[in-house]
Ligand binder design. Structure first.
Ligand code: AMP
Ligand code: MG
Length: 362
């Protein structure tokens, strides 16, 4: 479901661009290349970019795949991999001992904790024990919808006794992470994909690539502009949460035009199960320990894909007025909120980028 809707978003882009890539404004040799990476972050990752030759594109793809693969393994809570310590290893050693991990994982966790300090409470990377319970009930409920149940509040409350992110101890010099309390568990799902996408984008920029887009599970990062057509911006479709995401209809609520930035959506339609006709999804409000229920989806546009991913989850959890205050204080962050009744609200910056509001690509 996830991968299919992603590809649909990119088809919109492709439709837009395949029509317009006719006149070469750069080198005549520059062409558009596309590939899909499968097996990372439970999603299909699509890379689209402009290069002079296939060989150059293949080299960039290889760099991207190495990076995605490493970060996927490091952030994995459920699986072990040969010769690496990852989030699972950290969790298994909660209350026991610090775990030495690759520097990039230390940086990711440090960054998340800094963002948690800087923002309202809503995202907590130490919420793993609570998220695990929901994950188990969701998995069972999807496998056997007739028997789908809700977790007991007392079990959630008991698990929540081990979610204090102050108990994450990082030693940057030793590159170790230690969860001081037994029963604690990290879950980086709120930002890992976006963080990885940003890291890949930065590596590719360093390697000299000036025009590409990466789409990874609701996270799109664009660098530069499409080359050679009439349009100088990328078009990114935003899924309509009220449409059936599995249908073949074009279920988009709108299209964003941008260059050099990220578009990230969190929504209640991405991972969920149903109990007594009500949908219970994967983004949990740390206050209530229940799925947050203010919106169907929240879309963020800002440059850094990791920050955008963190914020999409945060603003999905925060009530609308708190999200509005955040957006007012952060003018480089554009937000689109979609409510249950299909109504939308957006920042002025978002409106200026949306097709439905009259924006046209440069
Ligand atoms: P996203 O789709 O980016 O909004 O991220 C959702 C994922 O983040 C979930 O699948 C969980 O792994 C994790 N998650 C859910 N709720 C929270 C929360 N309140 N704080 C931190 N992580 C969360
Ligand atoms: Mg997120």
């Amino acid at each position: 479901m996830f991968g299919k809707s992603l590809i649909r978003s990119f088809i919109v882009y492709l439709l837009a661009c395949s029509i317009v890539v006719t006149t070469g404004c750069n080198s005549d040799k520059t062409k558009r290349y596309t590939t899909h990476l499968i097996g990372y972050f439970d999603t299909v990752i699509t890379l689209i970019g402009y290069c002079d030759q296939q060989k150059t594109f293949d080299r960039y793809v290889q760099m991207a795949e190495e990076e995605f693969s490493q970060l996927h393994q490091l952030c994995d809570r459920y699986h072990a991999y040969p010769d690496i310590a990852n989030v699972r290893t950290i969790n298994l050693n909660a209350g026991k001992q610090p775990v030495q991990v690759p520097e990039v994982l230390v940086e990711l966790i440090q960054t998340a904790l800094i963002w948690q300090e800087e923002t309202e409470e809503g995202v907590n990377i130490a919420l793993g024990s609570v998220l695990d319970i929901w994950h188990n009930y969701r998995t069972m409920g999807i496998a056997d919808p007739g028997q789908a149940q809700l977790p007991a509040l007392e079990d959630l409350t008991e698990a929540d006794r081990h979610t204090d992110s102050q108990q994450i101890e990082i030693n940057p010099a030793e590159k170790t992470v230690f969860l001081r309390e037994t029963g604690m568990s990290l879950d980086l799902g709120a930002l890992a994909k976006g963080y990885a996408t940003e890291r890949v984008a930065q590596k590719l920029i360093e390697a000299g690539w000036t025009s590409f887009a990466i789409s990874s599970g609701g996270n799109v990062r664009t660098v530069g502009a499409p080359i050679g057509g009439d349009r100088n911006q990328w078009s990114i479709g935003i899924e309509d949460p009220n449409e059936d995401q599995n249908s073949d209809e074009n279920a988009l609520i709108d299209t964003v035009y941008l260059t050099d930035g990220s578009v990230v959506t969190s929504g209640d339609y991405q991972r969920y199960y149903t109990v007594n006709g009500k949908r219970y999804h994967h983004i949990i409000d740390p206050e209530t320990l229940m799925p947050a229920d203010h919106f169907r989806s929240v879309t963020i546009v800002t440059e850094d894909s990791g920050w955008a991913d963190y914020l999409s989850t945060l603003l999905f959890v925060l009530p609308y007025d708190e999200g509005v205050i955040f957006a007012e204080e952060n003018p480089d962050v554009d937000v689109l909120w979609v409510f249950s009744d299909g109504q939308t609200q957006m920042t002025d910056g978002m409106a200026s980028r949306l097709k439905s509001m009259g924006a046209v690509p440069d």
